[in-house]
Structures are given as structure tokens and as C-alpha cells.
Design a protein around this ligand. Structure first.
Ligand code: 5RP
Length: 240
């Protein structure tokens, strides 16, 4: 074997950005899976971080779990792992919901909906006593930026879009609930102001800005372990 320094290969090859990010997503997901207990009603988010949550949850072999999925992809994956999936209306409210995020700012505002599931994700988060956000380190940002995902009613969608400029429709299929997915592309500035402006636009079904008050806990996995940030909902109790 060549002595250290001669080939430059004595240290493990640095993980690619993708490998590191994937490992962080998995670490955050596994930590969140530990927050789920027997008998809980669990909201399952959508995306690649949640894709690590589902097997971590299934591996725990918890009894009497009932889950609500925020997308067909999550529903299929959860079902294949033996996690029982019900409708939200069957369960009424949830003990915990766990989901990823596209961006997390220092005040706990989130941008969500990169996977187009923002409306179901917001309904599920708001139905949970405790909403836990799981993310890799690059999701923590100093300030939120576009794109902010939107779901629009199909009726008058071009008119709605022109009221939301700058914004553009995403190519592809409508959401599972028939809405059109678009992105707001302007400056975010104060997320509370933009959230109010977006919510006040007729034809907009939902937007991807999630207020800190929806969030109970944020788990951000980095190279030094998991940072646990409190959400703006100091305790999830009484939120649903
Ligand atoms: C889907 C979402 C996801 O939580 C968000 O896009 C993060 O995705 P990922 O875990 O794949 O990075 O909001 O609508």
C-alpha cells in the first residue's frame, strides 16, 4: 500500500453532495420515526426525505398505527411496507405528522410543495397535534426565495396566474385533487405578507409558505448530528 500522501487516496473518498444529502435526510427521518408510538394517527408527507421515513417507521413494528398519506406516491409506498393508510376524514385529527421541506428560514417559516403535494401537506400539518419537519442541512437557508409552489383551481387558471405575477404553471399532470401546480417566482420578502397576499388571491387553492405556528419541531441533520429547532407551535397540544 502506498504511504499516506503519496497517492492521496489514504482518506475515504469525500462523499458526493448527493450522498451526503441523502445520508442527512435518512438521519433526520430515522430520528423522527422514534417520535411515533403505538396507536398513533400519523400524517405522512411526500418526497425523498419522507421516503426514508416510511421504512424507518415500518421497521419499528409499532402496533395499531393509522396513517394518512399526502400523495398517491406516499400512499403506495406506505402500503407496500405494511403501514395502514386511512383517509383523513376517517381519522378526523392526527397525533403527529412528519414531512420534509424545500426551505427553512431562521424564524421557522417553510417553503414546501416541491413535489406538488402542498395542499394536502398543509391540511395534514394543520390536522396534527404535533407537526415535525425533517430535512438535510442545505434546506436551512438565511432567507426564503422563489420558487414558492402554488396550487390553482383549474377554472380561470390563466387569470389567477396573471394576478400572481411573476408566476408560471409547471408542466405535467394536475394534482391528484385536480388542481394545477404553479410556482410564484417573485421576491419573497416578508413571508407573512406574501402569504397573506397569496391567500387573498381568488382561484388560488393553496400556497407553499408554511407559517412557524404550524410547526412543532424541526429536525435538521448535518455532518455533526441532528439540530433540533423548536417550531412556532411551542407544543403541538391543542393545535388540532
Ligand atoms: C413535497 C414537499 C417535500 O416535502 C419537499 O419538496 C422536500 O422534498 P425532499 O424531501 O424530496 O427534499 O413539500 O410537496
Amino acid at each position: 500500500m502506498a504511504p499516506p500522501g503519496e497517492t492521496g487516496r489514504q482518506q475515504p473518498a469525500p462523499l458526493s453532495e448527493d450522498g451526503r444529502t441523502a445520508r442527512q435526510k435518512q438521519a433526520a427521518a430515522r430520528a423522527a420515526a422514534q417520535l411515533v408510538h403505538d396507536g398513533m394517527r400519523v400524517g405522512l408527507g411526500t418526497g425523498s426525505t419522507v421516503a426514508y421515513l416510511l421504512p424507518a417507521l415500518a421497521e419499528r413494528g409499532l402496533r395499531d398505527l393509522r396513517c394518512v398519506a399526502t400523495s398517491p406516491a406516499t400512499e403506495h409506498a406506505a402500503g407496500a411496507l405494511g403501514l395502514p393508510v386511512c383517509s383523513l376524514d376517517e381519522l378526523g385529527e392526527l397525533d403527529i405528522a412528519i414531512d420534509g421541506a424545500d426551505q427553512i428560514d431562521p424564524a421557522g417559516w417553510l417553503v414546501k410543495g416541491g413535489g406538488g403535494a402542498l395542499t394536502r401537506e398543509k391540511i395534514v400539518a394543520a390536522s396534527a397535534h404535533t407537526f415535525v419537519v425533517i430535512a438535510s442541512a442545505e434546506k436551512a437557508v438565511p432567507e426564503l426565495r422563489a420558487p414558492v409552489p402554488l396550487e390553482l383551481l383549474r377554472f380561470g387558471a390563466q387569470r389567477t396566474l396573471s394576478a400572481l405575477q411573476p408566476a408560471r404553471l409547471r408542466p405535467g399532470d394536475p394534482s391528484p385533487d385536480g388542481g394545477l401546480i404553479a410556482d410564484y417566482l417573485g421576491a419573497v420578502g416578508d413571508p407573512a405578507e406574501l402569504s397573506a397576499r397569496l391567500s387573498g388571491t381568488p382561484g388560488l387553492i393553496e400556497h407553499g409558505l408554511f407559517a412557524p405556528q404550524l410547526v412543532s419541531m424541526i429536525l435538521i441533520a448535518g455532518e455533526r448530528g441532528i439540530e433540533q429547532r423548536p417550531g412556532g407551535a411551542a407544543s403541538g397540544l391543542g393545535r388540532a
